[in-house]
Design a protein around this ligand. Structure first.
Ligand SMILES: CCCCC/C=C\C/C=C\C/C=C\C/C=C\C/C=C/C(=O)SCCNC(=O)CCNC(=O)[C@H](O)C(C)(C)COP(=O)(O)OP(=O)(O)OC[C@H]1O[C@@H](n2cnc3c(N)ncnc32)[C@H](O)[C@@H]1OP(=O)(O)O
Ligand SMILES: Cc1cc2nc3c(=O)[nH]c(=O)nc-3n(C[C@H](O)[C@H](O)[C@H](O)COP(=O)(O)OP(=O)(O)OC[C@H]3O[C@@H](n4cnc5c(N)ncnc54)[C@H](O)[C@@H]3O)c2cc1C
Length: 615
């Protein structure tokens, strides 16, 4: 077992080189994920419900900039569960679950990420040898982005255009070994490496992968939905989009991820705002807490409400995901389009809103929010990536719009699925006969506007249930959060409401007053509300958001950890005697240290023992 000292060597990530970050991430990951194996041995987690355990580890401070093993759990295993037949699951899942193989998910190419029907990698069936031949016909066909693929994974799910008997049958998934299990060297016909430094998630080891007529057994095509028989006959899936299941799953999981990131950021910013005193309300008075400024409350309180709204929505979406998947197993595909549209919408909206809220939390902390030690810049880098991966947000919202338009067009001819049933009511009567500045009135207003109703109505529904099980005091605060969330978005989307609803100027003015009144009402409970997220200092890893409020002492303690403050010799890196500062920076930038060697030492020292269960 690795010693704590060896794994957590105490130097903040910000001061590690690109290569050291990777090596640090491997060390931390094998220790962290050894816990999953131990919990599995003790029956505390299983292959069918490891989301919370793995999610907790991936969201922990130990893996704060991602993990080279993340994709193994987030997409490689779910893809096998979702797309492999029983025989293939028996072969691959035990090895994946005990990490004797490490996988990734390779779908995106240099030339295509969104338009997956345009992917160029080919898998051509050779009936004579009962093999598929994988090939990257162009540079743009190279897989580009798969997490962990750079130097870590030795297997991956590859999405490629399937050809058999001279005909193309579209994209399908294959499980492919890319590295030797003993030496970790890339196999013949495989070109592989890491794609380099990114805005964030620099510990994820995203890689590239090219095939040169690389052969795999026929049985490595994931055949739960579609099959290719030994003679090359293609048997198509019941639904052409069942192969897209892994993406739907991750979109659902990402909504939970946003709850964690948003809760952390608003906890940090709210606690700091209670500690920070700046300027006087009246000359001669003590400087006041910046949390007392309405402008600061405007920046932060809606994020507290959003964190609760997203948590309730994520739980509701998870229930829907499981319901629909149970129906799919029974052959009932009726709600698949709704699940797809819902997952697209909620992934896009929660990631975009969380990225905006985290940035607002950073800005609300002034200069100290710009410090890496505040943890806010890192958090922003993590959440803004989620607006792109697993389906770029614009494209996913277009998918939702497509579903809503289709649903509306079939309003009178088709029974509506639960999440769009409101459309019937909105169409059946003069739904918004008058405007009322109440929570219900605003939601009805949005239902008319339509695009934001799914989060609003889910949130409202859950709160009604909650009112039967909480104390009157908590019920009052939760209703204040509901009011805040509704009036905030009513004011944010005022142009839509003015266009589609009879709201009057007078009502807008009273809405504004109501909004500020709600901010004032929430102020006394603001710190308590973020404390209720119950995020320990170790989770926040923030000089600004620690529970004890010792902001300034912590800022100084962290600053002193910089190697540039520790040893004068390191000053030479920037002020070297020969003055060749820019040449040195360029030399450093041109190094891609992880690609300079085919196998990083961490494979033999940490990864291989971990995969062999010897750690
Ligand atoms: C288990 C442990 C988890 C713990 C995790 C804890 C913490 C971590 C949390 C979160 C994850 C964190 C990190 C993950 C990090 C990185 C991973 C990233 C991975 C990737 O990015 S993988 C690659 C993702 N790529 C995409 O998403 C591509 C986006 N593009 C598409 O999906 C499709 O191209 C498209 C945009 C949907 C269009 O597809 P297309 O085939 O062209 O279809 P259309 O012609 O537009 O529509 C036809 C028809 O099909 C329906 N449809 C489309 N997609 C689906 C679907 N997925 N399911 C069902 N139905 C679908 C569509 O609605 C149309 O239906 P009609 O009835 O209208 O015809
Ligand atoms: C941190 C990170 C990790 C990732 N991990 C993985 C991974 O593990 N495995 C994997 O396979 N992929 C991974 N990806 C890739 C990711 O899935 C793609 O980046 C994503 O699907 C977007 O595709 P793209 O990059 O080609 O952008 P594009 O689709 O080219 O988008 C560029 C712009 O074009 C617009 N656009 C594109 N199509 C349309 C349209 N039809 N209508 C309107 N506008 C359009 C988009 O809105 C966007 O503004 C990762 C990406 C990131 C950032």
């Amino acid at each position: 077992m690795l010693s704590k000292r060896e794994v957590f060597d105490g130097v903040p990530e910000e001061y590690l080189s690109h290569k050291e970050r990777y090596e640090n991430a491997i060390r931390n990951s094998v220790v962290a994920f050894s816990l999953v194996r131990k919990m599995q041995e003790e029956g505390k987690t299983s292959i069918n419900n490891y989301r919370d355990v793995v999610g907790g580890l991936l969201g922990s401070s130990v893996l704060r900039d991602g993990s080279p093993l993340g994709l193994h759990y987030i997409m490689f295993m779910p893809a096998i569960l979702n797309q492999a037949n029983e025989e293939q699951q028996e072969k691959w899942l035990p090895r994946a679950w005990n990490c004797s193989i490490i996988g990734s998910y390779a779908q995106t190419e240099l030339g295509h990420g969104t338009f997956i029907r345009g992917l160029e990698t080919t898998a051509t069936y050779d009936a004579a040898t009962k093999q598929f031949v994988l090939h990257s016909p162009t540079l743009t066909a190279y897989k580009w982005w798969p997490g962990g693929l750079g130097q870590t994974a030795n297997y991956c799910i590859v999405v490629a255009q399937l050809y058999t008997k001279g005909q193309c049958h579209g994209i399908h998934s294959f499980i492919i070994q890319v590295r030797d299990e003993e030496t970790h060297m890339p196999l013949p016909g495989i070109k592989i490496g890491e794609i380099g430094a990114k805005l964030g998630l620099n510990a994820v080891n995203n890689g590239f992968l090219g095939f040169d007529n690389y052969r795999i057994p026929r049985t490595n095509m994931l055949m739960k939905h579609a099959q290719v028989l030994e003679d090359g006959t293609y048997v198509k899936s019941r639904h052409s989009k069942l192969n897209y299941g892994a993406m739907v799953f991750v979109r659902v999981v990402i909504v939970f991820d946003m709850v964690n990131y948003l809760s952390k950021a608003v906890t940090i910013a709210t606690r700091f705002s209670a500690v920070r005193r700046q300027c006087q309300l009246k000359a001669g008075e003590t400087e006041c807490q910046i949390l007392d400024y309405v402008t600061q409350q405007h920046k932060l309180f809606v994020s507290i409400a959003a964190a609760h709204a997203f948590r309730i929505t994520a739980n509701k979406l998870w229930l829907t995901f499981n319901e629909v998947n149970e129906q799919l197993v029974e052959g009932n595909l009726q709600r698949l389009p709704e699940l797809h549209a819902l997952a697209c919408c909620l992934k896009a909206v929660t990631t975009a809103d969380t990225a905006a809220c985290v940035e607002r939390c950073r800005l609300a902390c002034g200069g100290h929010g710009y410090m890496m030690s505040s943890s806010l810049p890192l958090t922003y880098g993590l959440v803004t990536a989620a607006c792109t991966y697993e389906g770029e947000n614009t494209v996913l919202l277009l998918q939702t719009a497509r579903f809503l338009v289709k649903t509306y067009q079939q309003l009178d001819s088709k029974a509506l699925t639960p999440t769009v049933a409101y459309l019937k009511t909105a169409a059946a009567e003069r739904f918004c006969v008058g405007w009322s500045n109440t929570t219900e009135g605003i939601i009805r207003g949005f239902q008319v506007v339509a695009m934001r109703v799914i989060i609003m109505s889910t949130f409202n529904e859950e709160v009604q249930e909650m009112s039967r099980t909480v104390s009157p005091q908590l019920k009052e605060v939760l209703h204040q959060l509901v009011d805040l969330y509704c009036t905030y978005w009513a004011l944010e989307k005022l142009s839509d409401l003015l266009l589609y609803t009879p709201i009057s100027q007078k009502e807008v003015e009273s809405l504004r007053l109501r909004y500020e009144e709600t901010l004032t009402n929430l102020r006394p409970n603001a710190v308590g509300l973020v404390d209720a997220f119950d995020l320990r200092d170790e989770m926040l890893q923030s000089t600004l958001g620690s529970y004890d409020g010792r902001v300034y002492e912590r800022l100084m303690e962290e600053a002193m950890k910089s190697p540039l403050n520790a040893e004068p010799m390191l000053q030479s890196t920037l002020g070297s005697y020969d003055g060749r500062v820019y040449e040195r920076l360029m030399e450093e930038a041109m190094k891609s240290p992880l690609n300079a060697e085919p196998v990083n030492y961490t494979f033999h020292k940490y990864l291989k023992p971990f995969m062999q269960g010897k750690l």
